[in-house]
Design a protein around this ligand. Sequence first.
Ligand code: ADP
Ligand code: ADP
Ligand code: MG
Length: 664
Amino acid sequence: MTKTFSKILIANRGEIAVRVIRTARRMGIATVAVYSDADEKALHVSLADEAIQIGPSPVSESYLVAGRIIEAAKATGAQAIHPGYGFLSENPDFVDAVESAGLTFIGPSSKAIRAMGLKDAAKDLMATAGVPVVPGYQGKSQDPDFLAAEAHRIGYPVLIKARAGGGGKGMRMVHAPKDFAEALQSARREGQASFGDPHVLIEKYVTAPRHIEVQVFGDNYGGVVHLFERDCSLQRRHQKVIEEAPAPGMSDAVRSAMTEAAVMAARAIDYSGAGTIEFIADGSGPLREDGFWFMEMNTRLQVEHPVTEAITGVDLVEWQIRVAAGERLPLRQENLAINGHAFEARLYAEDPANGFLPATGMLEHLSFSDTARNDTGVRSGDAISPFYDPMIAKIITHDADRNSSRRALYQALRETHVVGTATNAEFLAALTDHVGFATGHFDTGLIARDLDALIAETPPSDAHVAFAAIAALGLDPQAPRQGWRLWGKAAQELNFMLNGTPLPCRVVLEPDGSITVHRDGSNVITLKDLAIQGARMSARTGPTNAQINATARRAHRGTARLISVLTGGVACEFLLPDARSGSAALVDSSDSVVAPMTGTVIALDVAVGDQVAQGARLGVMEAMKMETSLVAPRSGTVSEVLCAAGDAVEGGAILFNLEAEAPT
Ligand code: ADP
Ligand code: ADP
Ligand code: MG
């Protein structure tokens, strides 16, 4: 029996809520968004036809409150609920409650979710169905000595996994017996804290592992197809960073074996809707038909589903809605084929240089390359709040072959410009350019092995400084003479701060209209034929007169002005303390450290008399929920500490002084 949905509710937020709304609108289905206090002005709320407030910002009081969401659906007359991923998407009690309310859950049955909900039971079920599973122990006993003996039997290294785990949490790798007891304790603790279940299973740690998963789709009539595989081996701490489809090095024989196993797994639980069977494969050599094992099934739409959409041309959300409405699968297996190669990179508000600490703050500016698919739930002016996952966007590219698609991703990442929060964009670009990744020779350990090189920050080029100076001075060669005359003098000093370090420079307008930038008394770059259009700038430079392009965005940090320049694929943020606050003079002095913005001092690392090295952290400030390190401009001895942790300080205020340097 087929139902007709004229209105659906999306029980989620962010990019996935936006993603679902777009397909529903295209299908002529009205949409209801739900939102918490923090999301009142969110993109998903503005795109939906209706929106219902469901509670305060914490997820436990809003997006996880099943009752509120079901009430909202009934109040608005929605016939079905799409759960997105995360939140309630894999909660079988929610599915039961939705169905008891006479509504349709756009996803699998609660029975299928229960069967796959715990990793131990799921593995037993799959083994019985004839699917290869990772060797290990997934029985009832949780006795530490017994588990240690099992680990010994399985053979080190082993992986301890919380059976209720997800998102890479509750997992501990153990290399040797002496470390087992402690790892077991901490995995159990994390399982209890994050999922309310301390129960663990033990698995053989597959060496040189590759994570390869198969997208499956079932309908309510026993139809099951697969939509090929995705390779998600680029991971950091067991979490996916870049995904692609198809998997590099996949042969027809291995693909057949893996997709058959996945379809068998889905059939074993009468699966309906979109699902993913995750396998771990031995990547120490070429992929083998007997070299992959079932890890778990995700009974929902996956974050990385767009790469599958790109290579198959299928809109997976449309299929979800049609199958939930009682339609048969729109395509048969023989009508599905792989076309080209796709990548997805997860752009996060996080600071790779600072241990990938999640960042929050206002996205003062956000722009993407127009050559990629950019799935996002935020726009310029939105905040990345501490309440939710700090993902900003998924950047997806598709091209005829792997290398073209990879290069397109690299370019798209280099054109991504975010002002207002730290991001992993540069790290993602470095990863995309990594030789192992480029040649398709990688496993899940790649990022950890080469982390230092991948997070190395590119220092600003002379072009960055020059374009920042032009933006700071408001130079506009197209506004006839005006800008130039306003500028008045033929030379101007700018006291930029870059990552807490003073970067004074002198900008000179030459008689021929070119612009030179001087640092430390010498000319570092000359720009000719400057052209400015909105935020975009271009100029010619160097012996070959090569054209360089840049984008400059302006924002504020307290009383200081901020100019973010993106050129050569690297974004740099220049602070210009407000001259009126009297700080411009101060930043010149390398004896003082001034507050780069108005905010709160949240940590002090030094006391009077301490010896500090150049670049050492003296303290940390916070403003607009963003943390900034206060660093020593040079090596020396701290002579004064003029603030205390907890102090509110004005941008430009002197916070530390260093003893004057002895004349040399
Ligand atoms: P995928 O497996 O689809 O690639 P992830 O494992 O990264 O995705 O998780 C998808 C989303 O679901 C993430 O936003 C993550 O925060 C959330 N998530 C995953 N597992 C859980 C869980 N057990 N509880 C709550 N949220 C989860
Ligand atoms: P989650 O529910 O957190 O996604 P998974 O069981 O899917 O947990 O494992 C997460 C990641 O950990 C995998 O993508 C893989 O990189 C790694 N992993 C899991 N099991 C193994 C294993 N047996 N050997 C090697 N790596 C593994
Ligand atoms: Mg997983």
